[in-house]
Write a protein that binds this ligand. Structure first.
Ligand SMILES: C[S@@+](CC[C@H](N)C(=O)[O-])C[C@H]1O[C@@H](n2cnc3c(N)ncnc32)[C@H](O)[C@@H]1O
Length: 261
């Protein structure tokens, strides 16, 4: 698909008002926080400190960011390259009473730098793919203190030899996808120690992410009925959802937890 021409349609569909902008849910974010806390309690709740310095890369409209703010002591820099998402994140942070802990930053994550940028914890749910998972891990490591922690979810093959239709679909939309073992090896190669990993449940795709999008597609299909490009985008997203419903045993998101060595 010709991405730049179609980008406005994607933004219209993936509107800031959606509950979230990628697969995931509060329970999975919490499970990842709890795993890190169990593995490295002193790092997650450092005694006598002024709190963690946290970076959320590709934060979107802030579903994970707000969960982090509610359950961790510290401050969060929330980075995304779409202002509409950051505005919604700020609105939700106020509503949830955590706005004093979050600072939004409109930036391309590939160019993100901050003066004296050092973080104790970096989070990225479904967004490191923008840089490439391994390249993203390497970039994040430069922003982490020694011993700093990271949690990131990434699209991952669960089993070898997926059916041809599923394999061909991802050859078109996300060719770099690899399996869990290869991602764990990439994490170690980048200079991290793996602290844990788990696959996100199907409900994080369907109930939390795809069902709200399907509602939105039903609303927008009339608007784009006479618009060939808009209809093309709607069909492509419906195909993606259909692929997931039929092949969710073969791939999904895996949450990876790690520590900078
Ligand atoms: C799949 S969404 C995940 C959002 C959020 N982490 C969540 O779980 O709901 C990916 C996010 O990355 C953001 N993004 C895409 N390209 C980016 C870039 N080059 N720099 C910063 N953010 C980017 C998108 O705007 C979107 O909010």
């Amino acid at each position: 698909m010709d991405q730049p021409r179609l980008t406005p349609y994607f933004y219209d569909i993936f509107d800031a008002s959606l509950p979230r902008l990628g697969p995931g849910d509060a329970a999975s974010t919490q499970k990842a926080i709890d795993l890190l806390r169990a593995a490295k309690p002193q790092r997650m709740d450092p005694p006598g400190s002024s709190g963690l310095r946290i970076l959320d890369l590709g934060c979107g409209n802030g579903a994970p960011t707000i969960q982090l703010a509610k359950h961790l002591d510290g401050t969060i820099v929330a980075v995304d390259n779409r202002e509409q998402y950051l505005a919604e994140l700020r609105r939700r942070a106020v509503a949830e009473g955590v706005s004093d802990k979050i600072r939004t930053c409109l930036s391309d994550m590939r160019a993100f730098t901050m003066e004296e940028a050092v973080f104790d914890l970096i989070w990225s749910e479904g967004a490191l793919f923008v840089m490439g998972f391994q390249e993203g891990l390497a970039a994040c490591r430069k922003l982490l203190v020694p011993g700093g922690l990271m949690g990131a979810s990434e699209l991952t093959w669960f089993r070898p030899d997926p059916p041809a239709e599923c394999r061909e679909f991802f050859a078109g939309v996300y060719p770099p996808m690899v399996d869990t073992a290869a991602n764990l090896a990439a994490i170690e190669n980048c200079g991290y120690e793996v602290l844990g990993h788990f696959a996100l449940p199907e409900s994080t795709w369907l109930e939390s992410f795809y069902c709200p999008i399907e509602d939105r597609l039903r609303t927008l299909q009339n608007k784009y009925a006479a618009d060939r490009a808009g209809s093309e985008v709607i069909d492509a997203i419906r195909e993606e959802i259909d692929i997931y419903r039929r092949y969710s045993n073969w791939y999904g998101y895996v949450f990876y937890l790690m520590q900078n060595r």
